[in-house]
Design a protein. Structure first.
Length: 534
């Protein structure tokens, strides 16, 4: 009986691997390479024991604990302990995102698109699809654990031994499996891929915030979060493996529950009841702009709140930021040395660059939703009515352009609000707003790239995310890794004046704006003339 439920699950595995033959290797290589590059960077920027101990002293404050997790090994702050303390949590977040996207794509998204119904018409078991997704998730995360673990050990860095490296990789793999399982569970609760991803990402944010509050206050709260488990492994010091076992056990329990729920629910149904809509649509909802806003309303609200929280989290550490930066060569290497400005003021451009690139994610999602609707064959019914292609694409473009300054405003306001509560002399709100709004032309260039690909190469819209990832690498890590300046200039974010340290450069901002307009115009022309994918 059980064998019948999973009949031909192996074929599902083959199909998933065939469809993601590019996505999965890119994720694995990128996560492994990032881990190894940062490890090498630590050895170059903190080459002496004295510098590492100085860094250890700066880690002993609540703000850093909230960001990285509880510190350990401060008496002998080796490279291994430094990696385990400062990089494990943030890499685990990236691994969690990979698994959320992977499971959502091959469960609820496929079900929503009708692909699961077609597969069910073949001789396959009822649980073969979800079982196949689970097997792929296990394989991907185990492979990631091995690649990271052996890669770290192969570097031959002092204190980064084999046991600690394997544990580091296993922790990342276990975290990935947990979020793959929780996403599989949410796929049974929600009726849509958007709802599944929204619940999964919401849980990820909840897990991070609960862990942060617990780590600086009531430690019992940290035990609610799976992220709180993995940061207590004390990797490269005591090398405790119980967090791996606990996280793996939690993953297994969640996956079993997801499989059970999948076996008893109807196809395309969810256990969370959908709220009934209005009997008649409003006049605004009957327009392309109104429909686009309605489809993305939840995402817009979630990202708006998230950007405010992100800005506030950065602002909350500004009280101790001056002393923190002074003692860290790692951070100073990433900052411009400018006379007449405090270290906190010199740190603002880096923070705003990161915030702007994060804000570019929802901005791009809003526009690229048009390409997603086309792939799901929901565009043709709209264009069959009295709706022009330009008006349809313009609706999605308008949302992206309008929310870009709104997200920057919320992030800057959140930063200022939190900083005002912890600093004796708070930074002026106008300074933060100017620094945030200066990045709008760079965000508009990213919108232009997305519009260009949507209009001329819809199957290549994923290149937009590759370009954004490149921008993050060369702009954020460029100073630390001594990346040539011309590489940063290839990104729009690398051509923004570093306010308040530098003067406003209207010429650069104007050129970026013109490039954004040109890319968008070409995208519009391409969208009006090309065939719509059915």
């Amino acid at each position: 009986m059980w064998g019948d439920l999973y009949h031909n699950a192996g074929r599902h595995v083959q199909l998933i691997l065939r469809r993601d033959r590019i996505r999965i290797p890119v994720w694995l290589i990128a996560l492994t390479a990032l881990t190894l590059v940062v490890t090498v960077a630590y050895t170059q920027l903190c080459p002496t024991e004295q510098e590492r101990q100085t860094m250890a002293e700066t880690m002993k404050n609540p703000a850093v604990t909230a960001m990285f997790g509880p510190g350990y090994g401060f008496d002998d702050y080796t490279y291994g302990i430094m990696m385990g303390h400062q990089m494990l949590l943030f890499t685990a977040l990236a691994v969690a995102i990979m698994n959320i996207l992977l499971v959502t794509r091959h469960t609820r998204a496929d079900e929503e698109a009708g692909r699961i119904e077609i597969l069910r018409s073949l001789p396959v078991g009822r649980l073969s699809n979800l079982g196949g997704v689970g097997l792929v998730a296990v394989g991907v995360n185990v492979l990631l654990a091995v690649m990271v673990g052996l890669g770290l050990y192969a570097l031959g860095v002092e204190s980064i031994d084999l046991q600690g490296s394997l544990l580091y990789g296993a922790l990342l793999g276990a975290a990935g499996l947990f979020f793959a399982a929780i996403t599989a569970l949410f796929a049974q609760l929600s009726e849509s891929s958007r709802g599944t991803a929204g619940l999964a990402f919401g849980f990820l944010v909840f897990a991070y915030l609960v862990r942060a509050v617990g780590d600086i206050g009531n430690e019992i709260l940290s035990w609610i979060s799976p992220l709180g488990w993995i940061v207590r492994s004390q990797v490269y010091l005591n090398n405790d493996w119980w967090p791996v076992l606990l996280t793996a056990a939690g993953s297994l329990a969640l996956m079993v529950l997801a499989l059970y729920l999948n076996s008893i629910r109807d196809l395309e149904a969810g256990f969370l009841p959908a709220r009934p809509g209005r009997k008649t649509a409003s006049a605004f909802l009957q327009s392309p702009l109104g429909l686009a806003l309605r489809l993305q309303r939840t995402g817009l609200i979630t990202w708006a709140v998230g950007m405010f929280i992100l800005g506030a989290s950065y602002g909350s550490v500004m009280g101790d930021l001056e002393a923190y930066i002074e003692s860290l060569d790692l951070i100073q290497a990433m900052l411009p040395i400018v006379e007449g400005f405090t270290l906190t003021e010199q740190f603002i451009p880096m923070l705003m660059a990161v915030i702007s690139m994060v804000a570019a994610i929802p901005v791009l999602l809003m526009l690229l939703r048009l390409a997603a609707e086309e792939r799901h064959s929901r565009t043709e019914p709209l264009l069959a009515r009295a709706v022009s292609r330009s008006r349809l694409m313009g609706s999605y473009l308008a949302i992206s352009v309008i929310i870009s300054p709104l997200l920057q405003l919320l992030a800057a306001t959140g930063m200022w609000s939190a900083a005002a509560a912890v600093m004796e002399e708070p930074l002026p709100l106008g300074m933060l707003l100017n620094a945030a709004m200066a990045y709008l032309p760079a965000m508009w260039v990213m919108i232009g790239v997305a519009a260009l690909l949507t209009g001329t190469l819809p199957q290549g819209t994923g290149l937009t995310w590759l370009y954004l990832g490149y921008s993050f690498f060369v702009v954020y890590l460029g100073g630390m890794l001594q990346v040539p300046s011309w590489m940063a200039r290839l990104s729009p974010f690398g051509n923004i004046p570093q306010l308040p340290v530098e003067d406003m450069d209207l010429v650069s901002l104007s050129v970026l704006t013109l490039i954004a307009v040109a890319l968008t115009v070409v995208g519009f022309r391409g969208y009006r003339t090309r065939d719509i994918q059915g």
